[in-house]
Design a binder for this molecule. Structure first.
Ligand code: SF4
Length: 241
């Protein structure tokens, strides 16, 4: 089995609990205006690697990962190459005894049966916007599949972290944040919400790829706005980091 891999990172500390091996898969259907990794969008991009090569890399550090960490498969969007990702997660659990996390935008999850997710201990679900029109404007894709997936994970009682990128003018409206907080708190399986301030560190990649970057004049959210958004989630009883 072969997949296109964008890159990997050993010792990642922000994509799930503890220190993790993070595998970044190639391919993504969303086109988020703030994406800092547009170089992951091409399904045919990156390097072709076999499942055994990837497992050998993870195996070399598996003892270190077992100390409270694990593996996270991210992207791009990992569900673009779902068959390969399932096999990596299955082997990490069964052969190496690792905690497994899937960092996904949820858009393609409707293609997969519930038992596909048996190999996933934790889902990191990005919800980009709760307003369908603004979601479409921000990502070029529909919102409903993402919400449907969140409901499925809740029904499965699958532990979930929600990630929300705070972008002034796009995702900082108090009414939108409140609707999202209400939705997230109603699920019952969300262990934490991560409010991630937008940054422009990936802007140069858009230019390198010959793409137009729309957020050149957008500044990161102020501390005041960030704190207000965090409070809106906390007020619904959610743990916010
Ligand atoms: S889902 Fe992630 S990788 Fe895909 S466009 Fe959005 S930010 Fe970029």
């Amino acid at each position: 089995m072969i997949a296109n891999i964008h890159s990997s990172l050993t010792g990642g500390a922000v994509d799930g609990p503890g220190l993790r091996f993070v595998l970044f898969m190639s391919g993504c259907q969303m086109r988020c205006l703030y994406c800092h990794n547009p170089d992951t969008w091409d399904r045919q991009g990156g390097t072709q690697r076999t499942i055994d090569e990837v497992m050998a890399d993870i195996g070399k550090v598996s003892l270190f990962l077992k100390a409270g960490g694990g593996i996270t498969v991210s992207g791009g969007e990992p569900l673009v190459q779902a068959e390969f990702v399932h096999e990596v997660l299955r082997r990490c659990k069964e052969e190496l005894g690792l905690h497994t996390a899937l960092d996904t935008n949820g858009l393609l999850a409707h293609r997969l049966p519930d038992d596909w997710f048996d190999v996933v201990d934790l889902v990191l679900l990005d919800i980009k916007q709760i307003d369908p029109d603004k979601h479409k404007q921000l990502t070029s894709t529909p919102l409903q599949p993402v919400l449907d997936f969140a409901h499925r994970l809740a029904a499965m009682k699958k532990p979930m972290w929600v990630r929300y990128v705070l972008v002034p003018g796009y995702t900082d409206d108090a009414g939108d944040v409140d609707k999202l907080a209400e939705f997230v708190s109603s699920l019952g399986n969300v262990e934490r919400v991560e409010v991630l301030p937008f940054h422009k560190m990936g802007e140069y990649k858009w230019k390198d790829l010959g793409l137009h970057y729309e957020l050149t004049d957008t500044e990161p959210a102020s501390e005041e706005t960030t704190e207000r958004v965090r409070q809106q989630f906390s007020a619904r009883g959610l743990t916010v980091v």
